[in-house]
Design a protein around this ligand. Structure first.
Ligand SMILES: Cc1cc2nc3c(=O)[nH]c(=O)nc-3n(C[C@H](O)[C@H](O)[C@H](O)COP(=O)(O)OP(=O)(O)OC[C@H]3O[C@@H](n4cnc5c(N)ncnc54)[C@H](O)[C@@H]3O)c2cc1C
Length: 399
């Protein structure tokens, strides 16, 4: 090919890519791997700061993995009485999350927290003091609610201020925001690598064979974080994965409009799951079916592939039998279905059950940033970290 034809061909290909990816014609300078809540939200943050992100999602829809299959709790701090920093940050972000994503907020239910007399890692008075410390409102549950609990097993119950989110409405919100901002999304495509080429440019390689010279690659792939590190010959991020099951149930009439979380140890929780008009029942002991770790010395396997291959036999009977010891009316719940997902955690959180964010510039390739939120409201903590990166060297982005 002579030079003129080569040039025309290149221009044509680039234009095609730009047009097919978006209604607006901007050539991305950031590739975001993962179109979950974090990937989408980070894309919007970067766009607002003058960068040109492109979201690459391996599924054919946004927010289909952990951002859809979860307990739908907007954490208000009550869940973390063993991690002051997580509890405090949750409380801090709670009202902001409610405000920013108000169309996806569901709060037409009464949130009850209880402390078990047996095997609990906190006592009722410790729980109260802790919640006071982080500014999380608690009031004694009225007799009608308290009477539903077995007092031999339950030390105390309170009404808390905590709401749920509807993942379908959150998806709509993300999709609309991305569209209005003209941010291109490539569906059904994986980011397989991020590497520096011989000119020193970082190039993101996609599963469709295209290559994108960029200034930043954001790895927001949750369970898939190490698929990208592996494909890019970057250091492994230590992670713990669990195969998690949440049962979807219909509550009996006497529990209608209630959501209960029993603290703090091997107990249970039921929360509204608004996108299906049902309730999830989860249990610290029975929701995780098995776990595996990714460490530098382990042979890595694709967690999504593994998830697809694992046998999924429900633990519902174990969950409900144990939970009904505390709330006898639960035995009348109707089992409808189970939802399953790989839950990914930072191994260091096993001690205090905290949920800090992972926000790590890759030590070998600092233009790659690995992000894992841990819980949905942590998105605001990610924003602070992004700002710090955008103003620091060596990755000082030309805005
Ligand atoms: C069982 C369970 C219960 C939970 N309960 C709660 C709760 O009650 N409250 C709360 O706040 N949080 C909860 N969480 C945590 C919360 O769901 C996650 O923190 C959040 O959804 C993570 O969002 P994300 O965008 O990082 O991940 P995801 O939504 O999983 O998004 C990652 C995306 O990356 C895509 N992907 C993967 N690899 C690639 C690749 N190489 N290229 C392109 N795309 C790729 C995936 O398809 C996926 O869509 C729970 C999680 C689980 C699993």
């Amino acid at each position: 090919m002579n030079t003129a034809i080569k040039f025309w061909f290149l221009t044509f290909t680039v234009s095609l890519l730009m047009v097919s990816s978006s209604s607006t014609t901007h050539f991305p300078n950031v590739v975001i791997a993962g179109g979950g809540f974090f990937g989408c939200s980070i894309a919007l943050m970067l766009q607002r700061r003058g960068l040109r992100p492109m979201v690459v999602e391996s599924e054919n829809e946004l927010l289909t993995r952990a951002s859809q299959v979860n307990q739908a709790r907007v954490h208000g701090g009550y869940h973390y009485p063993r991690s002051l920093i997580t509890a405090y940050r949750s409380r801090y972000n709670y009202e902001r999350f409610r405000r920013v994503y108000r169309e996806a907020i569901v709060d037409q239910f009464t949130k009850v927290y209880g402390v078990s007399r047996l095997f609990s890692k906190v006592t009722a008075s410790q729980f109260e003091v802790f919640m006071q410390r982080i500014g999380a409102p608690l009031k004694a549950a009225p007799d009608k609610i308290a009477a539903m609990f077995d007092t031999n097993l339950t030390e105390s119950v309170w009404i808390a201020q905590e709401c749920a989110f509807d993942c379908a409405l959150l998806r709509e919100r993300c999709r609309r925001d991305l569209e209005e901002s003209g941010i291109p999304i490539r569906y059904g495509t994986r980011v397989v690598s991020a590497q520096r080429d011989i000119r020193g440019t970082v190039v993101a390689g996609l599963s469709d064979g295209s290559e994108w010279p960029v200034e930043l690659v954001i790895n927001a792939t949750y369970s898939g974080l190490n698929l990208l590190t592996q494909g890019s010959h970057l250091p492994v991020i230590p992670l713990k994965h669990e195969l998690a099951e949440m049962a979807l149930i219909r509550l009996p009439e006497e529990l209608d409009g209630l959501s209960v979380t029993m603290m703090c140890g091997p107990f249970f929780s039921f929360m509204p799951y608004p996108s299906r008009g049902l309730t999830t029942l989860s249990h610290v002991r029975y929701t995780p079916h098995l776990q595996w770790f990714e460490k530098p010395e382990t042979v890595l396997r694709d967690p999504y592939e593994r998830f697809g291959q694992l046998v999924k036999n429900t633990h519902y009977q174990y969950m409900v039998t144990d939970a009904a010891r505390y709330i006898p009316a639960l035995s009348k719940a109707e089992y409808v279905d189970s939802i399953w997902e790989v839950k990914t955690l930072l191994p260091q959180t096993e001690v205090d059950d905290g949920r800090p964010i992972l926000f790590r510039r890759d030590p070998a390739l600092p233009e790659v940033i690995h992000v894992m939120g841990g819980k949905i409201d942590n998105i605001f903590d990610v924003e602070d970290e992004l700002d710090a990166v955008l103003s620091s060297s060596p990755v000082k982005i030309a805005l």
